[in-house]
Design a protein around this ligand. Structure first.
Ligand code: P6P
Length: 334
């Protein structure tokens, strides 16, 4: 029998802190957690059950869909559509918001998610994850329309991710700190293993896809050049570099030991102001990072302050150790 605090217990104890809580939010979170356990199971089986590889289809991003992308999206939808907690859902994999079927009651929250982020890594067995964000529905118990989702990240009531790595973890913030839980498969419960996660303010580790260097804007060029110059350069210290090409894994590393992650605006595709999506990647990760004492910026503004204009809009992302993010933001301002 495990001795730690289970996620179920943690969520209920959090509910007790909120006067007048109905248990609706607790129920929603438990359904999201159930989905993450099921996705973990599917990801971990991988090639054993023939779910690797790509489909013919493309998603709204124009990206080739992996079988597990679609399976994970279906799991998220099925686990969360029935209980009456939601007025609607939005997914990276769906052009339009998902309407709750008529046979189910509607609720007062909106759920947004990237069901399997970094899925291109699945076939090569590198960590992938699910990212989710919860907003209050402006019109509770009514079918949500796109505009209902377009709220700034500061409006999120919860943000979290599941990381399907060497162990499956779930990292969560409800607006007062960040806590990490590890899945005990024998019990089938997430156990609190990383209470009050905080990001060191300073770091010597940066993460960026260096193959895009020629497309970066000058402030990012300058920052990376100075990191590469090391001790003899203007920063006066040597840096290390990481790039997993799986945002959940990068953010988790930064939460665990510090660092800065950058997917900046680049000129590779001028029509795109960045690669990562605001509503279900940048915003939830920005809330988690800020709640852990870090910072999250586009280089020009705080990510959580952005007023969304469309459901799948992309933004530049610079997040992690606060003092390092402030160096990069400073270069954007000069
Ligand atoms: P690149 C995964 O596709 C993703 O959305 C993030 O998880 C990851 O940080 C980034 O894109 C990787 O991008 O250009 O290195 O493939």
């Amino acid at each position: 029998m495990h001795t730690g605090t289970t996620l179920t217990q943690f969520i209920i104890e959090e509910q007790r802190r909120i006067p007048g809580a109905t248990g609706d939010f607790t129920g929603l979170l438990n359904d999201i957690v159930t989905a993450c356990k099921a996705i973990s199971n599917a990801v971990n089986k991988g090639a054993l059950v023939g779910i690797m590889g790509a489909l013919e289809s493309q998603n709204v991003q124009g990206e080739v869909q992996k079988k597990l992308d679609v399976i994970s999206n279906d799991i998220m939808i099925r686990s969360n559509e029935w209980a009456g907690h939601l007025a609607g859902m939005a997914s990276e994999e769906l052009d339009e918001p998902y309407a709750i079927p008529d046979k189910y009651p509607l609720g007062k929250y909106l759920l947004l998610f990237d069901p399997l982020d970094g899925s291109s890594n699945v076939d090569v067995n590198i960590s992938v994850g699910s990212i989710f964000s919860i907003l209050r529905a402006p019109r509770p118990n009514r079918p949500a329309v796109v505009e209902d989702f377009l709220q700034p990240g500061t409006q999120q009531v919860c943000a979290g991710y599941a990381l399907y790595g060497s162990s499956t973890m779930l990292v969560l913030t409800l607006g007062h700190g960040v806590n990490g839980f590890t899945l005990d498969r024998e019990v089938g419960e997430f156990i609190l293993t990383h209470p009050n996660m905080t990001i060191p303010a300073d770091t010597k580790e940066f993460a960026i896809n260096a193959s895009n260097r020629r497309f970066w804007e000058p402030p990012v060029q300058r920052y990376v050049e100075e990191c590469l110059a090391g001790k003899e350069g203007p920063r006066g210290k040597d840096f290390n570099m990481r790039w997993v090409a799986s945002m959940v894994a990068e953010v988790h590393r930064i939460l665990t030991r510090g660092g800065i992650f950058m997917y900046p605006r680049d000129t590779k595709d001028p029509s795109k102001p960045g690669k990562l999506r605001l509503m279900y990647e940048a915003n939830p990760m920005a809330m988690i990072v800020e709640q852990a004492g870090g910072a999250a910026s586009t280089g020009y503004e705080r990510i959580l302050d952005i007023q969304p204009e469309s459901l799948h809009q992309r933004v530049p992302v610079i997040l992690g150790s606060r003092n390092e993010v402030e160096v990069v933001v400073g270069y954007h301002q000069n």
